[in-house]
Design a protein around this ligand. Structure first.
Ligand code: AHG
Ligand code: MN
Ligand code: MN
Length: 293
């Protein structure tokens, strides 16, 4: 709710920031993604549920401070996804993943490096035309919409399921020049006259994902000749959304593996990502495999 409130007045803060970097009270205006990062840490560190946290915005994980009670979970998050869209009033979000941790022993980085299949819960908050909270604990996917007049998230999308096949594809086509043959052939196939696809790309993964989840389709951020593993992060982006999409009946793959089966080697590991309706993902993966990527 706090991040949503700040995101909703980002335009105002930017105007004030541009005038000298201070707000009306003379305080330093924080960049919104740093702000989101510290809000999540501050609101989650003292509740007694967590033993540690890892964020896309921090080099290494943090342990819950001595002064607070510790719990049996780890929180991993992307505090603001799609942050290049803040200044232009386009939907952004927060993505999170929760792992179990056996309390009573020293927390190490290895405790965060668990395959996505072991997530206890995951979800995202989308700061869109309305603010939505979507999550799974492995028992389906449920969506809540923030009603600002009462300050509560109300259940608006119970048991979200994604269509088995969809007509939307989402990929940054400016990267065509870097693509491997499998990606190029797949996208060309979608554009062929007998197909009836529609391209949609916001540039905020969480927003592109949410639209495709509800309408059906596929989002791709493949590995290419420039970046072998693409751009998206396994622990903060791919794993939580893969858990959601599978719970909604869809699929997520890196091209050669189910996302949730990847054993992470490091906190900020990247992975190619094909995610969305099951049939679309399967088609893309089959072609990628045929082309030997
Ligand atoms: P973040 O803002 O957390 O760094 O993530 C940005 C990501 C993701 O949201 C989006 O899908 C992707 O970057 C867009 O990348 P391109 O601009 O390369 O298409
Ligand atoms: Mn992101
Ligand atoms: Mn981010």
């Amino acid at each position: 709710k706090i991040i949503s409130r700040e995101v909703n007045k980002a335009g105002l803060i930017d105007i004030i920031g541009a005038a000298g970097g201070k707000n009306v009270h003379g305080e330093e205006v924080q960049k919104l993604d740093e702000f989101a990062n510290s809000v999540i840490i501050k609101t989650m560190e003292h509740g007694g549920h967590l033993a540690g946290m890892a964020s896309e915005e921090m080099d290494s994980f943090i342990k819950i401070d001595m002064q607070y009670p510790k719990g049996g979970y780890l929180l991993l998050f992307d505090p603001l996804d799609g942050s290049s869209n803040i200044d232009v009033n386009v939907s952004i979000g927060t993505i999170f993943s929760i792992l179990r941790f056996s309390a009573g022993r020293e927390l190490t980085e290895a405790d965060f490096l668990r395959p996505g299949a072991e997530q206890a819960a995951s979800g995202y908050i989308l700061y869109g035309t309305s603010t939505m909270f979507v999550y799974t604990t492995g028992h389906g996917v449920h969506g809540f919409t923030l009603d600002p007049s009462v300050g509560e998230f109300l259940l608006s999308h119970e048991n979200i399921t994604t269509p088995g096949h969809g007509k939307i594809y989402s990929i940054n086509e400016a990267n065509t020049k870097h693509w491997f043959t499998g990606t190029s052939k797949y996208i060309e196939r979608l554009k062929s006259p007998e197909k009836d696809y529609c391209a949609r790309y916001i540039g905020s993964l969480v927003s592109d994902f949410h639209r495709n989840l509800l309408k059906g389709g596929v989002f791709l951020y493949p590995g290419d000749k420039k970046s072998k593993n693409g751009k998206l992060r396994l622990l903060y982006e791919a794993n939580p959304l893969a858990f959601i999409v599978e719970q909604a009946g869809g699929a997520a793959s890196s091209g050669d593996k189910r996302i949730l089966d990847i054993i992470p080697q490091e906190l900020h590991q990247k992975t190619p990502l094909i995610i969305g309706s099951k049939k679309n993902v399967d088609e893309a993966v089959t072609l990628w495999k045929e082309e030997g990527i």
